[in-house]
Design a protein around this ligand. Structure first.
Ligand code: ACO
Length: 382
């Protein structure tokens, strides 16, 4: 054993600069390229937020129209992606389905020379690849849910913008504006969050000069875990277990006695509340009113107040987004894929930033295994 200081989980370690977003736990704020995320969620379509993350500035009307036109070109589910999804068992987790679909898109992308020496791609190639993935993911997520429900695929509609078309392809009917607005806000809130586990995974892969698709596939793997993106799905499981507000106290007594983690609460960086929660909670409240589900509000409030008063640990974004996606009609298994559809914008912004100023990410470890030992009878070559 050595006496080096180990930073388990890299907690508190600053590994690089980023201009993509700034998380400030002291002021409970999150800025994308300088703009508070609450302001972006309230005023911008998700397409403009994607543009901002990639380009550093909000788009002009013309730039937004151009991105929207490009997004429409890649909206339909490609035949080979659909064929690959159809090969998977219906029981496959949708995160695995989306991960596979992204791999197929990457393997089918003929831009670049095809040599590993050029895998990292030029800035132009990587921006085009980022737009392609962001535009393709809604159809993949929507088709996944429909396939599991035994429903036919719904082709995209060119007259609808990103969020409305996403809901159209999932449900086959036009969503009410209040639902589109809540969904659009959730997409903005999930889009970016500095060096979280999945983004850091994407940056590690990119640092080897691998390609953007490989980095996104790796990031999806990191996002799947319940300590990260998988928590929005886990929140709904908890809500279903509890059932209704009056069961919160006995349920929590038992869960805490069993030392269970309560999904949707706690954060590595924010210790006094997640900056994104108030905006998402407002969106959830509009959905609760729209769908007339006061029971959801009662359960949400009861669990939050009981857990916060007992543990002093606050909700994270997954706590309001889980019930919001459930009210909209998404299956619980689809929640974390929705996170991918949004976060792919942040991941790819980081991939491009890492590529522009790369250093191989390769930390050290302190060895604590057996002392040097030898194979009996081994005689080294002369
Ligand atoms: N439920 C119960 N106890 C908790 C929770 C929770 N949700 N979160 C933290 N704690 C407790 C831990 O048990 C630990 O207690 P101890 O010191 O008595 O052992 C203490 O608080 C510190 O927790 P850590 O897990 O060590 O803190 P860390 O900063 O590593 O954890 C994390 C952050 C992983 C998010 C944690 O809070 C957690 O597991 N939360 C539940 C999963 C979740 O909601 N993840 C979503 C993250 S946000 C996102 O991806 C959008």
């Amino acid at each position: 054993m050595t006496d080096v200081e180990i930073k388990k989980g890299l907690a508190g370690v600053t590994v690089d600069y980023t201009a993509v977003s700034k998380v400030n736990p002291e002021t409970n704020s999150l800025l994308y390229r300088g703009y508070p995320v609450q302001e972006l969620a309230a005023t911008q379509p998700f397409e403009a937020v994607a543009y901002l993350l990639w380009n550093g500035e909000l788009p002009t009307d013309e730039q937004l129209a151009s991105l929207r036109a490009e997004e429409r070109k890649h909206r339909a589910l490609a035949d080979n992606v659909k064929a690959a999804i159809d090969l998977l068992p219906l029981e496959a987790h949708p995160m695995d389905e989306v991960r596979t679909a992204v791999s197929v898109i990457g393997a089918s992308d003929s831009s670049g020379s095809g040599s590993v020496l050029d895998a990292a791609g030029s800035p132009e190639e990587n921006l085009a690849r980022s737009i392609r993935l962001y535009a393709s993911l809604p159809a993949i997520v929507a088709y996944g849910q429909r396939r599991r429900r035994g429903q036919e695929i719904v082709p995209p509609r060119d007259d609808l913008d990103y969020a409305a078309n996403f809901l159209w392809m999932t449900f086959g009917e036009e969503a009410e504006p209040v639902v589109v607005d809540a969904f659009n806000r959730s997409m903005t809130l999930y889009a970016e969050h500095s060096f979280n586990a999945s983004t850091f995974t994407a940056r590690v892969i990119t640092s080897t000069l691998s390609d953007l698709y490989s980095a996104v596939v790796g990031a999806i793997g990191a996002l799947k875990g319940p300590l990260h993106g998988g928590a929005n799905e886990a929140v709904l499981h908890i809500f279903n277990e509890i059932g209704s507000a009056e069961n919160v106290v006995p349920w929590l007594d038992k869960a805490l006695a069993e030392k269970r983690k309560i999904m949707g609460f706690g954060h590595r960086v924010y210790k006094r509340g997640d900056s994104r929660v108030p905006t998402m909670k407002t969106a959830l409240d509009t959905l609760i009113e729209h769908y007339d589900r006061p029971d959801v509000a009662a359960l949400y409030d009861a669990l939050e107040s009981e857990f916060v008063s007992r543990k002093g640990i606050y909700p994270n974004l997954d706590y309001p987004s889980g019930p919001a996606y459930n009210l909209i009609g998404f299956d619980t298994l689809t929640f974390t894929p929705l996170f991918i559809a949004s976060r792919v914008t942040g991941w790819t912004a980081h991939i491009m930033e890492q590529t522009a100023s790369n250093a191989l990410i390769r930390p050290l470890s302190a060895y604590n295994g057996p002392d040097e030992r030898h194979i009996d009878g081994y005689v080294p070559d002369a």
